[in-house]
Write a protein that binds this ligand. Structure first.
Ligand SMILES: C[S@@+](CC[C@H](N)C(=O)[O-])C[C@H]1O[C@@H](n2cnc3c(N)ncnc32)[C@H](O)[C@@H]1O
Length: 279
């Protein structure tokens, strides 16, 4: 299912940004979405969960344009080292250019690489994290094993992801909210990976009593932030191309979204935060 999905999905999709119709749209997407209040709020919570100590080396998998990578370097001081990896050269280029002339540039390095096959030694990092990356991976099980492999004994592994199967939009019809959820279920590589993260961690060798788990909810409460996060029209177009929804359904849904009262529209989605300690 996954391979088929990814090969049909070249015009939209974070699993292969460099092959997308407009890769730069994805870098803009991350800059915009990461500035939204709901995202800022959960980011500060998960940065605290890293419990970084002086001298720690950190790996940020699927670092995108490097927003979290830079924030972590800034937050935890000059004695930590952080590596950001992403399989998109365009993302890594954007991350590197954001870094130019910044004072913390010596703490940070960016490399192009695949989460499912990490080019790092065993037990190399104190902390390994992946935020909203697993939903896009071709082989999330392997990626989690790789995360555990490159983490030092006693080190932390933190994976954060959204459960697209929980997406709900209020302020449009229930039918159209369901259609948008179905769309995301089709265009995202692993729409409900979030609910499987704890199990994947256990399978990757983390003991259950060494796992911290939290489920929270992201709330986007105006039309413009919902559009920023969901790219509704592009996503519906993609689902139509994949044959998941009909053109008629898409047009009906877009009319509903355009007519919606911005002040009464609200999108909610579950976010899972899973942290494990390697024995
Ligand atoms: C939704 S973005 C999240 C970026 C960042 N972690 C954040 O929270 O802003 C997902 C990122 O994962 C990257 N990605 C997708 N598949 C990957 C893979 N197999 N290996 C490494 N990075 C990957 C994408 O290029 C993209 O930058």
């Amino acid at each position: 299912m996954n391979k088929e999905k990814s090969s049909r999905q070249k015009t939209i999709g974070f699993e292969a940004v460099d092959q997308a119709r407009d890769p730069l749209a994805f870098t803009h997407y991350l800059n915009k979405v990461n500035s939204l209040e709901a995202i800022r709020n959960y980011k500060s919570k998960v940065h605290a969960l890293l419990e970084v100590r002086d001298g720690d080396s950190i790996l940020d998998i699927g670092c995108g344009v490097g927003i979290d990578t830079e924030e972590i370097a800034e937050l935890f001081g000059p004695n930590i080292k952080i590596t950001g990896i992403d399989n998109s050269e365009k993302m890594i280029k954007a991350a590197n250019s954001s870094l130019t002339n910044k004072k913390n540039h010596t703490q940070i390095r960016y490399v192009v690489g695949d989460a499912c096959s990490l080019d790092f030694k065993d037990n190399e990092f104190d902390i390994v994290r992946a935020d909203r990356t697993f939903q896009h991976l071709i082989d999330p099980k392997r990626a989690l094993r790789e995360m555990v492999r490159v983490t030092k004994p006693g080190g932390k592994i933190l994976v954060i992801d959204a459960n697209w199967k929980s997406l709900e939009i209020k302020g449009i019809s229930r039918e159209n909210s369901e259609l948008i959820k179905k769309t995301y279920g089709a265009i995202i590589q692993n729409p409900n990976i979030a609910i499987k993260l704890k199990k994947l961690m256990i399978e990757a060798g983390i003991k259950e009593d060494q796992i911290y788990f939290e489920k929270t909810q992201l709330v986007f409460s105006n039309l413009s932030s919902i559009e920023d996060v969901l790219w509704i029209e592009d996503s519906l177009n993609e689902a139509e191309k994949m044959g998941t929804i009909t053109q008629e359904d898409k047009l009906k849904c877009m009319r509903d979204v355009k007519r919606a009262d911005s002040d009464y529209v609200q999108a909610t989605i579950e976010l899972y935060i899973v942290k494990g300690i390697k024995a």
